[in-house]
Design a protein around this ligand. Structure first.
Ligand SMILES: CC(=O)SCCNC(=O)CCNC(=O)[C@H](O)C(C)(C)COP(=O)(O)OP(=O)(O)OC[C@H]1O[C@@H](n2cnc3c(N)ncnc32)[C@H](O)[C@@H]1OP(=O)(O)O
Ligand SMILES: O=C([O-])CC(=O)C(=O)O
Length: 371
């Protein structure tokens, strides 16, 4: 038995939800470029969960269900207020709050398909409310209840600030949500599937997935990109900063991908948004630094930017705190995790690969007094 490091190239599941073939990403056969330009995030959620686009009635029904289920149980808000809010990362808070949410869902361990769909709606609806509530609680502010007349993207921005978001912010945020919704068998989705393949519950699957997304080699990279842009500070500093990192053999966050070779098809949409939004906010340097970094990294390392690279300057331009970038990724990706969890349940088998043993050969036990 020989292990493949990082399971590279191993096909570990079948799915009808999304595909990456020849660097083209589709959700249920719809090209991501089409969806990014035309779809609302709610339409994408419906597509991922039902494997077809909704008609008007189905879409309105899902929108209403999401808006109606956004409000958090007071117990979860109280629990968040008791976290050591000043010292914890919002991804740790989100991971814990989603687990706590499961304690207050009477159907948490009901395994029927209809109950799992109901929990999917509740979790999808409450994830943005958790992120927004935590962002306010840690500043000493009260959480803001969602508006039932707002769509998903608008509601998140509203719960974060208490102000009605501008149309351009809603449009940009909706597009970012669409672009991050699903991505075949990425590390966090695989984690969710492994977890629920033991027939554990939806909350456990999503909690596990949040843990996997948090790492800087996966979803956590978007926050690291912003940290890098802040450290660089101006276009003039890009060259020496990036060359310094590369000569130290350090990774440049937001570049490279296990599956894409020519480039991540989502990046161009975020790049265009970054250019537009940074101009509007009067901070074009974030876009200019980013394009200069891209120029160097692609020419010297042949590594194109991934989804995390330009999303950083997009979220910064929307006025979002930098350590909320990865939780925002989770607010979108939970739609994909839930789709994969439902798919896993529908055709389940325990996921249990083998390991190549590379430790010592047979040894004789030595009693502790003789060691
Ligand atoms: C949503 C997402 O999860 S997208 C990915 C987000 N993550 C990041 O942006 C973090 C930076 N990127 C990386 O760490 C990697 O490219 C990954 C984790 C995304 C993919 O990793 P893998 O396929 O395992 O590639 P691996 O890490 O083995 O790298 C292969 C080679 O490319 C180099 N490399 C890969 N990514 C980068 C990078 N961003 N900067 C510099 N060098 C890199 C590695 O150092 C390695 O070089 P070596 O062979 O000389 O040692
Ligand atoms: O697919 C991956 O390995 C990482 C990624 O881009 C994503 O999860 O969106």
């Amino acid at each position: 038995m020989t292990a493949t490091k990082g399971l590279e190239g191993i096909v570990a599941a079948s799915t009808s939800i999304s595909s990456i073939i020849d660097d083209t990403l589709t959700y249920v056969g719809y090209n991501i470029d089409d969806l990014a330009e035309n779809a609302s995030f709610e339409e994408v959620i419906y597509l991922l969960w039902h494997l077809k686009l909704p008609n008007k009635e189905e879409l309105n029904d899902l929108k209403q269900q999401l808006a109606n289920n956004m409000e958090l149980p007071q117990e979860v808000i109280n629990a968040m207020k008791a976290y050591p809010v000043k010292n914890i990362h919002p991804m740790a808070a989100l991971r814990t709050a989603v687990s706590t949410l499961g304690l207050y869902d009477e159907e948490a361990d009901v395994m029927e398909e209809a109950a799992n769909f109901r929990k999917a709606v509740r979790l999808q609806a409450k994830m943005p409310a958790i992120v927004a509530a935590f962002a306010r609680i840690r500043k000493g502010l009260e959480p803001i209840a969602p508006r039932t007349d707002f769509g998903f993207a608008a509601n998140f921005l509203y719960m974060l600030t208490g102000e009605e978001p501008e149309a351009i912010a809603i449009e940009a945020f909706n597009k970012a949500l669409v672009l991050h919704a699903d991505h075949e068998l990425n590390a966090s989705t695989f984690t969710a599937r492994v977890c629920v393949a033991t027939l554990s519950d939806v909350y456990s699957g999503v909690t596990a997935a949040i843990g996997a997304l948090k790492g800087p080699l996966h979803g956590g990279a978007n926050e690291q990109v912003m940290k890098m842009l802040s450290e660089i500070g101006s276009v003039e500093n890009v060259d020496s900063y990036i060359h310094g990192k590369l000569s130290n053999k350090e990774k440049i966050m937001g570049f490279g991908h296990r599956v894409y070779r020519q480039g991540d098809p989502r990046a161009k949409h975020l790049k265009a948004m970054s250019e537009k939004l940074t101009k509007l906010t009067g901070e074009p340097q974030y876009y200019e630094m980013s394009t200069k970094i891209e120029e160097i990294v692609t020419s010297e390392k042949a590594l194109p930017p991934n989804v995390d690279f330009y999303s950083a300057s997009v979220y910064h331009s929307l006025g979002i705190d930098h350590d909320l970038f990865t939780p925002i990724f989770a607010v979108s990706r939970v739609s994909g995790w839930l789709a994969h969890i439902l798919e896993q349940y529908s055709n389940n088998r325990l996921i249990r690969p083998r390991a190549e043993y590379v430790g010592p050969g047979m040894q004789t036990y030595v009693p502790i007094e003789n060691r």
